[in-house]
Write a protein that binds this ligand. Structure first.
Ligand code: EPU
Length: 422
């Protein structure tokens, strides 16, 4: 039977929370590990359903996966078999597309179903495929499956029309064994890309420039196993920082890299949120009055689209009008419909939302239509009067590590219940 999350709003939060390893790095690091010829140990693994799905895909590929501890995986691809990935599990998450780059890079051949993931409007993968083709691969599509193959991958210069996170990582993985030099221009600069390049370089790859918009990859002959610790999740950190801005008496968010959160922290400062930023933590105290701001989502280091949804919930309690322009996924506004059900005053335009605040929120039945919509519902539920009942929480469990336990430890009244139907 499906589960719902229930939140009784209005309780002030106090205490410390530790941020887990980055989901969007983890979901690329796990497929990247198969490029090695020996065991890869990754620590800081978040407890999220996407990790379980990727581990299941690894087992289908006959890769040995050992969970040594809750946050500690050893991935050994020594006896791996490059079988067709057409199982349902592949469509459960977006990141299964990283097996395209990883298997193409290692074997010169991959057959895999179309990936799934959150619906945020159209999410094409044309740039990934163009990148593979530029390395000498051919791509065909039949009955929901892509076949990508190359007799030999040869390094090339690839210009990405859009600085795509997924395409940058996928091309990097496909190119690690390619002959000669691959250059990715207009590469995405997200911290998760640096983390994946760091893992690959520890394995013996020769990648330079990750974190800038030009990445070069010189083909390596062989990659070996290594040890890697995942960077903290800047989106989980941002979500807890927004929660603190909404409901904290005093909250400390630990295990963060503040530079990764510059765009969010400066917006919150502009809103009047009281904070103290240290080397690896931020402390937030109750603010009596917050004001509306305008936000435009941008690729890193701009304001992250993944935090647009949770901050919208906070903006419903800010004084005045806030305008949100979503430039990455122009349809990523389903959370606004859910917030409206709770009493928010939001006008939706094409690719933008105008939030008028403050408006009291009332707890009611809402849907986590996607992962970060789920985060927005949690922020709203903590602030609302009465009980908020969040459905479709499998989206939340795909990407937030034990979010209800972490919130309960801070004093929130949040629990799960099973229901007959979602
Ligand atoms: N795009 C194309 N063609 C492509 C690839 C992307 O047109 O071949 C477009 C997309 O439609 C979008 C833009 O380029 O408009 C940027 O997309 P990108 O490829 O950067 O996104 P992604 O790699 O699919 C990752 C995260 C998302 C996050 C975006 C943007 C993972 C698994 N997912 O997606 O995270 O929103 O980058 O930062 O890393 C989430 O965590 O909730 C989430 C959706």
């Amino acid at each position: 039977m499906p589960e719902v999350i229930k939140i009784e709003g209005g309780h002030l939060l106090e205490g410390e929370v530790n941020i887990s390893g980055a989901k969007n790095a983890t979901v690329a690091l796990i497929p990247a590990a198969v490029l090695a010829n020996g065991p890869v140990t990754i620590v800081g693994i978040p407890q999220i359903a996407d990790v379980d799905s990727l581990s299941e895909i690894l087992r289908i590929l006959n890769v040995d996966v050992q969970e040594i501890d809750v946050d500690h995986l050893v991935i050994d691809p020594t006896n791996m078999k490059n079988v067709t990935l057409d199982q349902d599990i592949v469509t459960k998450l977006r990141a299964s597309y990283y097996f395209m780059g990883a298997l193409l890079g290692k074997y010169g051949y991959v057959k895999i179903q179309m990936p799934g993931g959150c619906y945020l409007g159209p999410r094409p993968i044309d740039l990934h495929l163009k990148g593979f083709e530029a390395l000498g691969a051919t791509v065909s599509y039949d009955k929901g499956c892509y076949t990508i193959e190359a007799k030999k991958l040869i390094g090339n210069k690839i210009f990405l029309d859009i600085a795509s996170v997924g395409a940058t990582i996928n091309i990097m993985m496909a190119a690690v064994y390619a002959e000669g030099r691959t250059t990715i221009e207009n590469a995405a600069k997200e911290p998760e890309i640096i983390d994946v390049a760091t893992l690959l370089n520890k394995m013996g790859a020769k990648i330079r420039g990750a974190g800038t918009n030009v990445i070069t990859i010189d083909g390596a002959k062989s990659l070996s196993g290594c040890f890697h610790e995942i960077i903290p999740d800047r989106i989980e950190a941002g979500t807890f920082i927004i929660i603190a801005a909404a409901m904290a008496k005093k909250m400390v968010i630990n295990n963060i890299i503040p530079q990764h959160l510059d765009a969010l922290l400066s917006k919150l400062q502009e809103m009047g949120v009281k904070m103290k930023v240290d080397v690896d933590k931020v402390t937030i105290e109750k603010s009596d009055h917050i004001v509306g701001v305008d936000i435009t989502t941008k690729p890193y280091p701009g304001f992250a689209t993944d935090l647009q949804q949770p901050i919208t919930a906070l903006l419903t309690q800010a004084d005045g009008e806030s305008r949100i322009d979503e430039t990455i996924y122009i349809e990523r506004f389903k959370h606004c419909l859910e917030l409206q059900r709770m009493g928010a005053e939001i006008e939706l335009l094409n690719g933008s939302a105008i939030v008028k605040g403050p408006t009291p929120l009332d707890g009611t039945k809402v849907y986590a239509t996607d992962l970060r919509c789920g985060a927005a519902m949690i922020v709203a539920g903590l602030m609302a009067e009465g009980i908020t009942e969040i459905h479709n929480i499998y989206h939340i469990d795909r990407g937030y590590s034990e979010i209800d336990d972490k919130l309960r430890a801070l004093g929130a009244n949040i629990w799960r219940e099973t229901v007959e139907n979602d």
